[in-house]
Design a protein around this ligand. Structure first.
Ligand code: XMP
Length: 323
């Protein structure tokens, strides 16, 4: 019968057998899937696994610390953190177009990850032959199966690596659904905040700022987002909503009045949605008093924000994210 304990034992044995005395690497995104996959592989092969976390500076408040501190404390995993905030901000400077932002963030992410990968390969130790991925059953079905080997191309030949690096994939979550992955993560002792994290896009807050991405705007949005998350959690609504993007309309200003002065600040958009799979979604009918609390706190506590608006659009026609 299916138990999380059985799944863990089976996978640990299979991974040990597969990896032998070689090494493996795993990219952590802060999300549930990569965290649980990494924790499983860590349990199987310990220090033969090295994880890489690229800090692109586009994460929400506290999320990078969760990976760096709490995840490491819970698993004992060997982690290489690359602080790439400055690099990402520099490359994103002056860019407002959503697709261009996505392209830049994706491209830089791969470059930084490959650089870290090359450094790990160059370290003393057995050959790095394996790459861990948090592929879930729905991903397997969607892509029509797959052979289990990936061809990772190194486009710019970092550190004198061969043109084509071939890794064998370890995908310990290939037979699991999301709720099962969360159960395995819980059983492995991962922090609650990681196990129950709502979906968050790879490009992070970079696609939740309508307009140019700057450090100042990111800090603003991080504050507003943290307040919204805090109040939704306090109201016990985390399990009712699929996710709640918080968006900064950096290119928009409106007039307000605060204290005894006129303000000319930016609006924050709340985009709470309910969904089964993110393909379609409906806007969540949140209690007015929770919305009021979030609005009051954001306008009081976040500098330069003088208005909070609610997105009442379903998907379609709106997407969940604004960019
Ligand atoms: P949309 O905005 O297309 O989002 O309705 C659907 C779901 O996908 C997430 N999303 C992303 N996830 N990389 C990701 O890993 C991305 O580039 C990306 N864009 C959107 C979004 O948060 C929602 O859950």
């Amino acid at each position: 019968s299916w138990t999380t304990g059985n799944v863990i034992d089976e996978q640990v044995a299979a991974i040990r057998e597969m990896v032998g005395d070689k090494r493996a690497i795993c990219g952590l995104s802060g999300g549930v899937d990569s965290a649980v996959a990494a924790a499983l592989v860590q349990k199987a092969i310990g220090s033969q696994l090295t994880c890489v976390y690229v800090d692109h500076g586009l994460m929400r408040k506290g999320e990078t610390e969760q990976v760096e501190k709490d995840f490491v404390a819970a698993t004992g995993v060997q982690l290489k953190v690359v602080d790439a905030e400055e690099r990402f901000l520099k490359t994103l400077a002056g860019v407002s177009d959503p697709e261009q932002k996505r392209k830049i963030i994706g491209r830089e992410f791969i470059r930084v990850f490959e650089q870290a990968q090359a450094e790990i390969i160059a370290d003393e130790g057995p050959a790095v032959e394996f790459l861990v991925q948090g592929t879930l059953y729905p991903d397997v079905v969607e892509s029509g199966g797959g052979t289990g080997t990936a061809n990772i191309k190194s486009h710019h030949n970092v550190g004198g690596l061969p043109e084509d690096l071939e890794f064998k994939l370890i995908e310990p979550l290939r037979k699991l659904f999301k709720d099962e992955v969360r159960m395995v993560g819980q059983e492995l002792g991962l922090p609650e905040e990681i196990v129950h994290r709502q979906p968050f896009p790879g490009p992070g807050l970079g696609i939740r700022i309508v307009g140019e991405v700057t450090k100042e705007r990111l800090d603003l949005l991080r504050e507003a987002d943290a307040i919204a998350r805090e109040e939704l959690t306090a109201a016990g609504l985390d399990r009712d909503i699929w996710q709640c993007p918080v968006v900064l309309l950096a290119d928009v200003r409106s007039v307000g009045v605060q204290g005894d002065g006129r303000t000319y600040g930016h609006p924050i958009v709340l985009r709470p949605v309910s969904s089964e799979d993110a393909m379609t979604a409906d806007w969540s009918r949140l209690p007015y008093d929770v919305l009021a609390k979030i609005s009051t706190r954001i306008t009081n506590e976040v500098r330069d924000v003088n208005r909070v608006v609610l997105d009442v659009t379903s998907k379609p026609p709106g997407t969940i994210e604004w960019e």
